[in-house]
Design a protein around this ligand. Structure first.
Ligand code: GAP
Length: 436
């Protein structure tokens, strides 16, 4: 994990948030390479689930929503983690992360676990309390209870609250899905493990509306689609992805079935994404809270009912971390350690790196610029590198995952061929410029 974090900082993928002021716990900033990787992941998801399907449509809702949203969704009452404070050193912890207890642990259960404070080693705890994780803010110029609002803790509710708008404007046939990507905010008690548990992160969620009698088959189809996406679009090895059927007592308040799809991260096997059967919990609650009818009318039978929902929910940061984890390798080239990010070609921040063998030979630089321009006309994400010697350039491009390096040398001036060097094998071939 430390190697990946260090590579991310050294090469401009991900920096600690507000680094210059000593940081801001639970926040991370993406640098030039990280933002490209993240955008490619998000675009691949959007292409796979929205653009290339006929039954899922995109939306983009506001982050700050009417606070009634969070009453109806149950977040105001139940979106909390168990918090304990050590009476000796006053450090606060998430109870279920320091003791073998569930998220819904009672004070008696926690006491019975006899856990010592990870900070001071004493066993003198205050009672466990449930700590609501939503960030609050105030809307408008008056700061009182009437102006209180929340930063959304999930993108899902922006979809549910627009369900009726979409049905009444584009008349989709059931089953259909609505997809959204965007920021979510959770005041995590202990943000940790790099971007894995952040306070500000991005989600990519689909709410798939179905006839209640068909939820099981739709759950299976979406589960399969998620695996196809993870393995074939994100390049994650199937051996590192695992299903966890979440036990009823551990499921979120809205779910009748949840599968957590876990990944073998360097920190251990942890949740990458989840697929939940949310029943008609959300639309039913919105109907009650707003007084608006959320029923769907079947165009053929005329039957009306509140649709049920299957929700595949991805966290972008956890996907970024999974992609980096499975891509990170170290090998040995001529007795020297080589770090290589074996990113799939569709995700690598740069596709090609073009460079002249020597920076101080104007004829090589001019020819290399010509090749660079030619590739640029056809492709995005081509980079130029003439720093250091060629060995150092290869090491750098290997570390940032550039699949191919193209080098212009003196032979190029004679026969119009260049060296194309492969990141994974380090093998080199001569290729005619016109064949690039
Ligand atoms: N709408 C359902 C929902 O939000 P969740 O399991 O709480 O369910 C879904 O979150 C996904 O969001 C998780 O599987 C994970 O990928 C990501 N996620 C949740 N909390 C996160 C955090 N603090 N930091 C980074 N990603 C997080």
């Amino acid at each position: 994990m430390e190697d990946i974090v260090s590579l991310c900082k050294r090469r401009g993928f991900i920096f600690p948030g507000s680094d210059v002021y000593g940081g801001m716990a639970g926040t991370w900033d993406y640098g030039p390479l990280g933002v490209t990787l993240k955008r490619k992941i998000k675009q691949a998801w959007w292409d796979y689930f929205v653009e290339n399907r006929d039954d899922i449509y995109g939306i983009d809702a506001a982050i700050i929503m009417n606070p009634r949203t969070w009453v109806a969704s149950g977040h105001a009452a139940t979106f909390s983690d168990p918090l304990v404070e050590c009476k000796e050193c006053h450090q606060r912890f998430r109870a279920d992360k320091i003791a073998d207890v569930s998220e819904k642990v009672t004070p008696d259960e926690f006491r019975a676990a006899h856990v010592k404070c990870p900070n001071c080693g004493k066993e003198n705890w205050d009672d466990v309390k449930q700590f609501n994780m939503m960030f609050t803010t105030h809307v408008g110029s008056v700061e009182d209870d009437s102006s209180k609002a929340y930063l959304r803790p999930e993108t899902a509710q922006g979809i549910f609250t627009n369900y009726k708008n979409v049905v009444d404007t584009i008349y989709p046939d059931l089953p259909f899905g609505l997809a959204q990507q965007g920021k979510a905010f959770r005041n995590e008690i202990s943000p940790r493990d790099f971007v894995f548990r952040s306070r500000e992160f991005e989600q990519m969620e689909i709410e798939y509306f179905v006839d209640p009698t068909t939820w099981e088959e739709n759950f299976e189809k979406l589960h399969k689609a998620c695996y196809d996406f993870l393995e074939n679009k994100m390049g994650l090895p199937s051996s590192m992805i695992h299903d966890l059927e979440v036990a009823p007592e551990d499921r979120a308040h809205y779910s009748k079935r949840t599968i957590d799809v876990e990944f073998d991260y360097p920190i251990g096997r942890e949740e990458l994404m989840g697929i939940a059967y949310r029943t008609d919990f959300d639309l039913g609650n919105i109907q009650r809270e707003s007084g608006k009818n959320m029923e769907y009318r079947d165009k053929n039978t005329g039957e009306t009912f509140v649709p049920h929902v299957i929700e595949p929910s991805f966290g972008v940061e956890r996907l970024v971390m999974a992609v980096l984890t499975s891509a990170y390798t170290e090998d040995d080239v001529n007795g020297e350690k080589r770090i290589v990010l074996k990113l799939p070609e569709n995700l690598a921040p740069y596709r090609f790196c073009v460079s002249p063998l020597l920076k101080n030979k104007p004829e090589l630089v001019a020819k290399a610029k010509e090749v660079y321009k030619k590739l640029r006309e056809k492709y995005t994400n081509v980079t130029w590198d003439d720093s250091g010697n060629i060995g150092k350039r290869y090491r750098k491009q290997d570390e940032i995952g550039t699949p191919k390096c193209i080098v212009i040398d003196f032979d190029t001036l004679e026969d119009n061929t260049v060296t194309v060097r492969d990141r994974d094998t380090t093998g080199q071939v001569r290729v005619d410029i016109n064949m690039l």
